[in-house]
Design a protein around this ligand. Structure first.
Ligand code: 3PG
Length: 391
């Protein structure tokens, strides 16, 4: 794929799709990782003398203007990070925006308003894509986090302008692509999180390519139940018992190491003051629930991570937001931080956990994609990537 480094940019208007869908609390950005991750591309464009037109979505406003989902806080944060004024438009298309674009000098930066304020964005409406394209000479897609969406500003516009990847997009595709197509071995995949149904496709694909697949978190109880163990009040997806058993069999057949928790931290209430106990798998009393992996499991998992060459981690091992239930997730994060292996954190909750435990800077790559990195790891084609020029 062509990247932003392969094209002439001086004096060119670049429509740059970024993923500034950052968490907000009371109008304040609580994690600006996604904004910081786009700085290399934005600075590169500024240096080359492009006119930088940034576009992003924020939240899910469903085609309407939602005041709390404006990109104003993102513009302010980006201004601080760049040490340069970022002009913020009140819309993403229309005459006022065209006028603002016309005023840009080489190296100026304009951030458009939330593209999802227009219903055509998520519908990939060709008319809206055309209006975006009319603002610019080239399209740069740096929104890896939104690359699994075929929307007007991620996919539609790519067919209307010379379309290249940004530096963040390029890095994400290189790191994650290497993991799934040419991994260093032993390759260990750690899959956690609460719902089996969200992780079925990724577990299935990782069983094909990884040497070790480690399971933790809420989804592990469906596997235990499938093996005939009682799980008490733990999270359970009865409809996925066969799928879970199928994975255990598939692992056996392919000669892969498939790890499930051997002990569990259980609790009688879903709160920080709950009573907790450590039990062996199969020993969860009827009115208790599993909320974290136990100490033996932590040790086994940490050991596998230590002896790997590549580790991909997606999803927490327990309810890490609550301190007494956070030890399993912390142990995995710690093991990833300490191992010699190349460590890739697949965005979302695991990235937040690494951040919370102050171990984020010890990881080799933390993906800015949540759903996008998951779909990539599932082996799916991302529409926002496919649409970029091959030439
Ligand atoms: C994300 O946060 O995963 C991306 O920004 C995509 O957001 P979406 O799930 O609302 O499309």
């Amino acid at each position: 794929k062509k990247s932003v480094r392969d094209i002439e940019l001086t004096g060119k208007r670049a429509f740059v799709r970024v993923d500034f869908n950052v968490p907000l609390e009371d109008g304040k950005i609580t994690d600006d990782k996604r904004i910081r991750a786009t700085l290399p591309t934005i600075n590169y464009l500024i240096e080359k003398g492009a006119k930088v037109i940034l576009a992003s979505h924020m939240g899910r406003p469903n085609g309407e203007v939602v005041e709390s989902l404006r990109l104003t806080p993102a513009a302010e944060r980006l201004s601080e990070l760049l040490g340069k004024t970022v002009v913020k438009a009140d819309d993403s298309v229309g005459d006022a925006v065209k006028a603002q674009v016309a005023e840009l000098n080489n190296g100026d930066v304009l951030l458009l308003e939330n593209v999802r304020f227009h219903a055509g964005e998520e519908k990939n409406d060709p008319e809206l894509a055309k209006q975006f394209a009319e603002l610019a000479d080239v399209f740069v897609n740096d929104a890896f986090g939104a690359a699994h969406r075929a929307h007007a500003s991620t996919e539609g516009i790519a067919h209307l302008l010379p379309a290249v990847s940004g530096l963040l997009m390029e890095k994400e595709l290189e790191v994650l692509g290497k993991a799934i197509s040419n991994p260093e071995r032993p390759f260990t995949a750690i899959i956690g999180g609460s719902k089996v149904k969200d992780k079925i496709d990724v577990i299935d694909n990782l069983l094909n390519i990884a040497d070790n697949v480690i399971i933790g978190g809420g989804l592990s109880y469906t596997f235990m139940k499938a093996q005939g163990h009682e799980v008490g009040q733990s999270l359970l997806d009865e409809s996925k018992l066969d799928v879970a058993l199928g994975f255990i069999e598939k692992a056996k057949k392919l000669g892969k190491n498939f790890y499930l928790p051997v002990d569990i931290v259980i609790s009688d209430d879903f709160s920080a003051n709950a009573n907790t106990k450590i039990v062996e798998v199969g020993d969860i009393p009827a009115d208790w629930e599993g909320i974290d992996i136990g100490p033996k499991t932590r040790e086994i998992y940490a050991d596998v991570v230590k002896n790997s060459k590549l580790v991909v981690w997606n999803g927490p091992m327990g309810v890490f937001e609550i301190e007494p239930f956070s030890h399993g997730t912390r142990a995995v994060a710690q093991a990833c931080a300490e191992t010699e292996a190349y460590t890739v954190i697949g965005g979302g909750d695991s990235a937040a956990a690494a951040e919370k435990f102050k171990l984020a800077d010890k990881m080799d790559h933390i993906s800015t994609g949540g759903g996008a990195s998951l779909e990539f790891m599932e082996g799916k084609v991302l529409p926002g990537v496919v649409a970029l020029n091959d030439k």
